[in-house]
Design a protein around this ligand. Structure first.
Ligand SMILES: C[S@@+](CC[C@H](N)C(=O)[O-])C[C@H]1O[C@@H](n2cnc3c(N)ncnc32)[C@H](O)[C@@H]1O
Length: 374
């Protein structure tokens, strides 16, 4: 890994960056098919995907993240999905980011988590006083963006039912002029902004090479792609433009927050483990035949090809036959194809194509599913 990306990883791992997962967990759920026989190894990020997997009631979920803030939040979401008896309080806590008594409710949840997480939530339960959804670097950058552009929930409601073409035009009319202002250009090009987007330097270079445009035009094109989706239910749009989810629609939140998923997750017998370590360390300590599912976010994009090969070798060594591996990439091809490992990691073409087309975060050029064959 290049020095600047080592520095990026070290900075990123210390900051509270995201409070939601920027990946369409509804798509993942459809193709991962986690069930009672499954054992999952996942990079947690902010945990919306990991919490959603509990509705499949798998045997075991190992959530890994080098970032303690993300892992602690993921653990809180997961334990809440398994243990909170009141759906409305569960919804308030994570879909509104709020609790009437955060100290008590967060402490009760954290009680079952590892000691360091108990200490963490003792210090940070106040995040739920106003809204946890407004906390963290990305949320703060987006709040500044909304103030500059002058958009909010009522603006979003006013354009929500326009045609996709009209909504894309709204991005041109409202957002483009602001992003091209010199100070905004400087912010968008800054390392801090890369951290808030979770894009390391290697990944940024891959984006610019793949897309053939500068970072501002890339960002505008990205917003236009997002504007073309079903805005009413796209929780990424609501979070970005309104700073909150659309509470008028039950499907406008990540799946783990929907009532039917909560009903299935509640009291699920799944054993959860939380590893605040590098993925490679967790893989390194596991034996053969351990996991049936690996969900890697876009972390492989942060790795060079040689390290991607090491990752695939470790998955091969620790996986059950037929295991499913999933990863996102800002490039048009996946890591397996880059490394020439297609014989052991069979690309699942149809799920990958559908997921790539339908993921409403619109951040990735490729979402890949593979089946491991030993
Ligand atoms: C790759 S980032 C990018 C953003 C991601 N798409 C999302 O929606 O959150 C996701 C998470 O992966 C974690 N991560 C990256 N590389 C890792 C590694 N080698 N081991 C463990 N966690 C890692 C980061 O700390 C972060 O929380």
């Amino acid at each position: 890994m290049a020095l600047r990306d080592k520095l990026f990883q070290s900075t990123f791992s210390k900051l509270f960056v995201y409070n939601i997962l920027w990946e369409d967990a509804e798509i993942d759920e459809r193709f991962l098919q986690v069930d009672e026989d499954s054992a999952v190894l996942c990079i947690s990020a902010a945990g919306c995907g990991a919490a959603g997997m509990l509705s499949g009631r798998p045997q075991r979920i190992d959530a890994v993240d080098i970032n303690p803030h993300h892992l602690a939040l993921a653990a809180l979401k997961m334990t809440a999905a398994q243990r909170m008896e009141s759906y409305s309080q569960f919804y308030d806590l994570f879909a509104r980011g709020w609790s009437s008594d955060p100290e008590r409710s967060v402490r009760r949840l954290a009680d079952t988590l590892p000691r360091w997480m108990q200490r963490y939530w003792k210090r940070h339960h106040d995040r739920f006083e106003k809204s946890m959804l407004h906390q963290g670097l990305t949320a703060q950058m987006l709040a500044a963006f909304r103030r500059q552009v002058g958009v909010d929930a009522s603006w979003l409601r006013s354009i929500m039912h326009n045609t996709p073409e009209e909504r894309m035009q709204a991005v041109e009319d409202w957002v483009k002029p602001v992003l091209y202002k010199p100070h905004f250009k400087a912010v968008l090009n800054s390392p801090l902004q890369l951290v808030s987007l979770g894009i390391n330097f290697q990944q940024r270079d891959r984006i610019l090479q793949t897309e053939g445009m500068n970072i501002i035009d890339f960002f505008i094109e990205h917003l236009k792609r997002v504007a073309a989706t079903d805005v009413e239910t796209n929780w990424f749009v609501w979070y970005t433009v309104a700073g909150e989810f659309n509470h008028d629609h039950p499907d406008a939140v990540p799946p783990y927050l929907r009532k039917d998923r909560w009903e299935r997750s509640f009291r699920s017998p799944t054993t959860t483990r939380f590893h605040n370590r590098n993925l490679f360390e967790v893989l390194g300590q596991a034996g053969p035949d351990t996991w049936s599912h690996y969900t890697l976010c876009d972390a492989p994009d942060w790795l060079d090809t040689e390290t991607q090969r090491r990752l695939l070798d470790e998955i091969l060594r620790t996986s059950r036959d037929g295991a499913i591996v999933q990863a996102r990439s800002v490039e048009g091809t996946g890591m397996v194809e880059n490394c020439g490992y297609e014989r052991r990691f069979v690309p699942l073409q149809e799920p990958s194509e559908i997921a790539t087309l339908e993921d409403r975060s619109r951040q990735y050029r490729r979402i890949s599913f593979y089946r491991v064959e030993h």
